[in-house]
Design a protein around this ligand. Structure first.
Ligand code: GH3
Ligand code: MG
Length: 539
């Protein structure tokens, strides 16, 4: 039996070189159609011989189209045309290296686990083990960044190592405790110090579990699983948000359905409002998250006290609230809310002897069609909220009076990778993704220098960077460092692509503030699922 592996690698090398050559051409150049035909022809022949059935099939299909073509190919066009081939050959080439992980479910209800440990090899190990279960994991080595991530991402389970740099895990727990206990986020402490005092202290600070290092992974997974299940049960059985004492998301579903049913039966109408505090991040940054929590609770209480008893207030997400106004028109709700904004803006908050004021913005949407679902209603009201923010905050806009084609929030997504194949694949993956609230503005760069030269980093709004760790010109770590030192550093969300298990790279990336990493070579579906989840969790 001839060993075909060697020939397969040669073939893939050839495919890669040809595609790279084409894609790196100046976009104004074109590729002769004959050239593409010849390439596909030879590909079909060789892949057949090498028993690469899938590749042969794709090549044949593409050939049918290519042969009938009479004009040359624009680079962009060719890229789209050959996309399937690119993806397939990438996965073929790395077939042995890509670990078969269960595909991450796209469901937003997938549990999100936050692991905080400064020992990077431990972090990688735990992340891999947890992800193998199909759970989503975010990791942090550094407590301050971890706290921020915790409030931004709302994980469903927290795993903390006691020995952390700059701040001990105990201090971190203490900081999160008042928030954590009310939200019921299962918290697991891991530690090398397994003595009675550490355990007692951990439990006193709200830990639900204490696991000593070295960790028995199998047992660890079982325990995490058990915590997640209890959390799920808890979430399902509770209708009131503990922190703010208003109804939660789950109850909103029921109430909304009741409202639409009534609408269908009685032919009435109601208005849904989405409310969001203005510049709330600043409150958290200036006075701390606990102060932020207090503001949230007062805000919710204020809403409850100032609305009619038939109006219902819900906490929808972190600092987003929803009010259902039965038998109310959008402009009526708008009037009510405008008055509330005025009143709320006069309430004085005090922290450490300093006083400050907070405002909120709102978007309203009058529902007239009983067949609409909650998600679409919120989405529409959210667009009005976005307009209210755009128009200067501390105000209300109505979706009913807004023109069609309302603007979505733009997320600047940049891919920096020196490998043309990967850039093409990522571009395509990103282009195929759709989000309710966010529109992606995607650009790819072959190295960090080009990225900074383009001035794209100065663009207003949030940035999502997909960053290759190793690049010949200004590598990923340098880019990361530069971005993190810039004035809009906190607008960045960064996903690093790193070599398989290169602990050192991962360690530096996380220390410098990367939000997540994926090891190369990756499975395309998995990468797509991960990007999807990260962007959905970003707001
Ligand atoms: P904008 O006026 O555009 O709304 O600006 P913003 O600063 O309020 O920005 P955004 O609404 O995007 O930020 C929400 C922040 O709320 C980010 C997150 O850390 C914080 N947050 C979310 N949930 C909680 C929570 O339960 N407690 C605290 N303290 N903060 C939270
Ligand atoms: Mg806000």
């Amino acid at each position: 039996m001839v060993n075909l592996d060697k020939y397969k690698s040669i073939l893939f090398e050839k495919i890669k070189n040809q595609l790279t050559e084409w894609f790196e051409m100046n976009p104004s150049n074109e590729v002769d159609q004959e050239e593409v035909n010849r390439f596909l022809h030879s590909l079909k022949g060789t892949s057949g011989t090498l028993q690469l059935g899938g590749l042969e099939q794709i090549a044949s299909q593409l050939m049918l189209v290519a042969e009938n073509r009479e004009v040359s190919w624009k680079v962009e066009e060719l890229r789209d045309f050959l996309y399937e081939l690119i993806g397939l050959s990438y996965e073929y080439e790395h077939f042995h290296e890509i670990e078969e992980k269960p595909t991450i479910n796209r469901d937003e209800s997938l549990p999100l686990i936050q692991v905080i440990d400064d020992d990077v090899s431990m972090l990688i190990l735990l992340k891999d083990a947890l992800e193998e279960q199909g759970w989503m994991v975010i990791t942090n080595t550094e407590p301050t960044k971890a706290t921020k991530n915790y409030f931004d991402m709302h994980p469903d389970c927290l795993i903390v190592d006691i020995n952390l740099p700059t701040k001990s895990g105990f201090e971190l727990l203490q900081e999160l405790q008042s928030h954590n206990s009310k939200k019921f986020i299962p918290t697991i402490v891991i530690s090398i110090e397994n003595n009675r005092n550490s355990r007692i202290k951990a439990y006193q600070l709200g830990a639900d579990d204490f696991i000593k290092k070295p960790i028995d992974i199998e047992e660890f997974i079982v325990r995490v699983n058990r915590h997640l299940r209890r959390k799920q049960l808890f979430d399902q059985s509770v209708l009131i948000d503990e922190l703010t004492q208003v109804y939660n998301r789950k109850f909103l579903e029921d109430s909304f359905n009741r409202s639409t049913n009534e609408l269908k039966r009685l032919n009435t109408y109601f208005t849904i409002a989405v409310l969001d505090l203005d510049f709330f991040k600043k409150v958290n940054d200036t006075y701390g998250h606990i102060a932020g929590d207090r503001v949230l609770a007062s805000f919710a209480q204020f809403l409850n006290d100032s609305t009619r008893s038939s109006d219902t207030v819900f906490r929808y997400g972190g600092e987003e609230f929803i009010i259902l106004f039965p038998r109310t028109r959008d402009y009526e709700a708008k009037e009510v809310l405008t008055r509330l904004i005025e009143k709320f803006s006069k309430i004085e908050f005090k922290e450490n002897g300093q006083s400050f004021f907070v405002t909120f913005s709102a978007g309203v949407f009058m529902v007239l069609d009983g067949n609409i679902d909650l998600k679409s209603a919120i989405k529409t009201a959210d667009q009005a909220l976005y307009m209210a923010k755009e128009n200067g905050r501390a105000r209300v806009e109505s979706a009913n009076s807004l023109q069609h084609g309302m603007k979505k929030k733009v997320l600047n997504v940049s891919v920096i990778d020196d490998d043309a194949i990967i850039r093409t694949m990522l571009m395509k993956i990103l282009k195929s993704m759709e989000f309710d609230h966010i529109e992606l503005d995607i650009e790819v760069f072959e190295d960090g220098l080009k990225y900074f030269e383009s001035k794209r980093n100065d663009k207003k709004g949030q940035h999502f960077l997909i960053l290759d760790g190793v690049m010949p010109v200004m590598d990923g770590i340098e880019v990361l460092q530069k971005v993190k030192q810039s004035k809009n550093a906190n607008q960045y969300h960064i996903l690093m692509l790193t070599g398989r298990k290169s602990d050192q790279d991962i360690a530096s990336a996380l220390k410098l503030g990367a939000d997540d990493y994926v090891t190369k070579p990756f499975s395309i579906t998995e990468l797509q699922a991960r990007i999807n989840l990260l962007i959905n969790r970003m707001k």
